[in-house]
Ligand binder design. Structure first.
Ligand code: NAD
Length: 290
């Protein structure tokens, strides 16, 4: 193996330590950051994710509210819960765990979260602010990817970055963040014709497809930085990324593992967004407090 691993767990621990220090500063100023997490239904993976977020809050000193609602919850009931949290000044971040049960319009729910409490960064206002380079809550997975690339010392400016996937939560925003750092960005998706050739030209390759081992060694330019966002449950019952790890490790300069890569960083970035939300809503600046 030649590639150097980008250790998501270690980086996430450092980011959470930053969030914990920010929480301590906020508490000294009389503000306890608080994240409300809403889980509708019994989806097993969602339950694991929510438990993780609640645990992260505790680790960082952030207060958390966990609202577990039954599968039968109506859209209006969920909207009412969001409205109550929106008007509660002790709650700074509101996160609705996706996916939602059939019959609830995800877009309507995301739109109902006030932008200043939208710590997932999914609301149209935050997406628009990100596109136009204004201060906003960055979506956690894409922000985590950028932090991981930067942790390698790689200069993004001028590099060719290829992103596989164009979802609203990963592909599109990660491409936007790379563009904002002056990368030349190619977005590949299910209709892309010469995907293999494009990937093989990437100095930075971000895979967010959702297909196990989609990226093989021949699709990786020697010396590339490879960020594997995929989380796929393999036939062996274990979690695997979108990248063939063994093959990628022979060609890439830097590579994220799955698990232990982008996943922990995503969770850590949520803690940073929550402290940021608490500071903003109380007219405080974390930069000035540190
Ligand atoms: P999605 O299904 O919404 O999007 C997948 C994208 O891949 C689509 O844009 C599609 O065009 C593209 N795609 C599908 N098949 C393709 C093909 N054959 N060739 C080229 N492109 C193709 O998924 P998502 O929500 O963006 O998530 C992607 C992966 O990342 C999933 O495995 C998901 O579990 C994982 N994920 C991980 C984290 C994390 O914290 N690590 C966070 C979010 C998502």
């Amino acid at each position: 193996m030649h590639a150097q691993l980008i250790d998501g767990k270690a980086l996430a621990a450092a980011v959470k330590a930053e969030a914990a220090a920010e929480t301590a500063s906020l508490q000294a100023a009389g503000v306890t950051p608080c994240l409300a997490v809403i889980l509708v239904g019994e989806d097993p993976a969602s339950q694991v994710y929510v438990r993780g977020k609640i645990r992260d809050c505790a680790e960082c000193g952030i207060r958390s509210l966990e609202l577990r609602l039954p599968e039968t919850t109506t859209q209006q009931e969920l909207l009412d819960r969001i409205a109550a949290l929106a008007s509660d000044s002790t709650v700074h971040g509101i996160l609705v765990q996706l996916p939602l049960p059939a019959g609830i319009d995800e877009r309507a729910i995301i739109d109902a979260i006030p932008p200043e409490k939208d710590v997932d960064g999914f609301s149209p206002v935050n997406v628009g602010r990100m596109q136009t380079g204004q201060p906003c809550f960055l979506p956690c997975t894409p922000a985590g990817c950028i932090r991981m690339i930067e942790s390698t010392g790689t200069v993004i400016d001028g590099k060719h970055a290829v992103v596989i996937g164009r979802s609203n939560i990963v592909g599109k925003p990660v491409a936007q963040l790379l563009l904002a750092r002056n990368a030349t960005v190619t977005i590949c998706h299910s209709h892309t014709r010469n995907l293999r050739e494009l990937c093989a030209q990437a100095d930075i390759l971000v895979a967010a497809v959702g297909h196990e081992a989609f990226v093989d060694g021949s699709m990786i330019k020697p010396g590339a930085v490879v960020i594997d966002v995929g989380i796929n449950r393999g036939s062996d019952g274990k979690l695997h990324g979108d990248v063939n790890f063994a093959q990628a490790a022979e060609r890439a300069a830097f590579l994220t593992p799955v698990p232990g890569g982008v996943g922990p960083m995503t969770r850590a970035m949520l803690m940073k967004n929550t402290t940021q939300a608490a500071a903003m809503q109380n007219g405080l600046s974390l930069e000035k407090m540190s």
